[in-house]
Design a binder for this molecule. Structure first.
Ligand code: GLU
Length: 499
């Protein structure tokens, strides 16, 4: 019998996990942050634990104003709001590393006292020369330990000295390079260099800060990208030296472009998390897509479409893929369409309006126009992939009858019959009652097709252009029904003048 993964061998449930996502606020949030956050949330919620947002802002040069706020808003938008973080607060505040600087120094001092870390006064120029030389005569790589074992005075006698030192880890010869990973089992990493842990400006590097903060914030499970595998032996070494418990590690497979390269904001607009919102993807669809990148379908009857709760309930590290998933936006389009089709049309209409107003495509519609959009949404729901596509299809509902613009293209394509058709349509529609799609269709068909003997395309084409300004539009008779008698006739009468 196999043991479910949330039960230990002794049959006791796993303790509540504390997971964290630790982005650096260096620009638009990366889609990878949401991908990590999703798996963090899954494990935290599955075990009844908590998900933490920590802002890793120790690299002061790369800091971008507003980036932290965007990270927070994007996670919120995706329904992955952290239980603790800079905005939410929590028992381990502050959650911004720049506000925790006093925390790190004592750990560094301890490591120096214990002989596990040492000062290094080498200038940037000296390090560059050292690297060039190593490359030239292929004499290895990594810091050559010129400063190790020397006092400041001794080192100052030698070339390439700077006043303010950094602190480096002293990686022992017998450093253990293997560790256990929740997704990958035993992993082996390459031998690390004497990593800098404290920079000359007094800020810790990522490697020290991550170990200290994960410990101080009670993180039980570190979920991060596979690019960090090579750093993990250094982190475990620091934990051992400092007598800290080693958390569980889960290194997620890297997201890749369709050509298999690592996804980057420079090369792929979809690497920007905000891009999805701008394009009109639904957050629940994006969340579902991110799940499927590294996890099998968990919906009803094996469906790929699944709620966050279904994902959380099913969660098991042994089911996470190890190979880099291809980030295929076409798949996301399909998922988004499926979510749109499954939505209540009223909710969908509200989402369409919110999206288009937020994007500045529409101005906030008044109550009457909002109602028009709500009634027309079912007409376009089946074939909509992105919220933004609704603008093109529904714009005609939001303009005054007297300001509806008719596409030049549509005008040019009209045949000589257009004027005759519109006159006849105006004639039958004037006193038509009741005003509904079926009656409108029957009346126009009887007059234009049966009486005048026109082909349906020739008969209804001009009416469509008069009503919507376009050659292609949502279903015509339903659109006229929604617009109402007066509006429809006013549009056709005005259109007639153009012919
Ligand atoms: N600040 C790191 C990043 O942005 C966090 C890595 C980690 O989760 O340990 O990728």
């Amino acid at each position: 019998m196999s043991i479910p993964s949330d039960l230990s061998a002794a049959g006791t449930p796993t303790a509540p996990a504390r997971t964290r996502v630790a982005p650096s606020p260096t620009g638009d949030p990366h889609v990878g942050t949401a991908y990590m956050a999703l798996f963090d949330v899954a494990w935290a919620r599955h075990t009844g634990g908590r998900f933490v947002l920590r802002i890793e802002d120790t690299d002061r040069v790369r800091l971008v104003a507003g980036s932290e706020q965007q990270i927070y808003e994007s996670l919120d938008w995706l329904g992955l709001r952290p239980d603790e973080g800079p905005q939410t607060g929590g028992p381990f505040a502050p959650y911004r590393q720049s506000e925790r600087l006093d925390t790190y120094r004592p750990y560094v001092d301890r490591l120096i006292d214990q002989g596990h870390a040492y000062y290094c006064w080498c200038s940037a120029e000296r390090l560059a020369e050292m690297r060039a030389e190593q490359q030239r005569d292929k004499s290895g790589s990594g810091y050559d330990r010129l400063c190790y074992g020397k006092s400041r005075e001794e080192r100052a006698q030698l070339p390439g000295f700077t006043e303010t030192p950094v602190v480096r880890m002293l990686i022992p010869d017998d450093v253990s390079l293997a560790f256990d990973d929740l997704i990958r089992g035993e992993v082996r990493a390459p031998r690390p260099d004497d990593q800098v842990i404290l920079k000359a400006d007094g800020f810790p590097t990522y490697h020290l800060a991550v170990v200290v903060d994960d410990h101080e914030m009670g993180i039980t499970t570190v979920v991060r990208g596979e690019e960090w595998i090579s750093s993990t032996p250094k982190h475990i070494l620091l934990q051992e030296w400092l007598g800290l418990p080693v958390p569980q590690y889960a290194h997620m497979p890297l997201l890749r472009n369709t050509d298999k390269s690592k996804i980057s904001k420079r090369r792929n607009p979809a690497a920007r998390l905000l891009w999805f919102r701008e394009q009109g993807y639904l957050p629940e669809a994006l969340r579902n897509f991110l799940q499927l990148l590294a996890y099998p379908p968990v919906g009803d009857d094996g469906s790929e479409i699944a709620t966050l709760d279904q994902f959380v309930d099913s969660f098991d590290w042994s089911r996470v893929n190890t190979t880099g998933p291809i980030f295929d936006v076409k798949k996301l389009d399909w998922i988004n369409g499926a979510y749109i089709r499954a939505m209540d049309p009223g909710d969908l209409a509200d989402r369409i309006i919110d999206h288009l107003v937020e994007r500045g495509v529409w101005t906030e519609p008044d109550a009457v126009r909002r109602e028009l959009v709500r009634r027309a949404t079912p007409l376009i729901q089946e074939r909509l992939t992105l919220l933004g596509e609704a603008a093109d299809k529904l714009d005609f509902l939001l303009v005054d009858d007297t300001t509806l613009e008719v596409d030049d293209d549509a005008l040019e394509k009209l045949t000589d019959d257009a004027a005759r058709v519109v006159d006849a349509a105006l004639g039958v529609l004037e006193g038509l009652s009741p005003w509904d799609a079926e009656t409108i269709q029957a009346a126009l068909r009887a007059k234009l097709v049966d009486d005048l003997g026109l082909k349906p395309k020739v008969a209804f084409g001009p009416v469509r252009v008069g009503i919507t300004g376009r050659q292609v539009s949502p279903p015509l008779f339903e659109s006229m029904d929604i617009l109402g008698h007066d509006s429809s006739l006013a549009r056709l009468a005005r259109f007639r003048e153009l012919l």
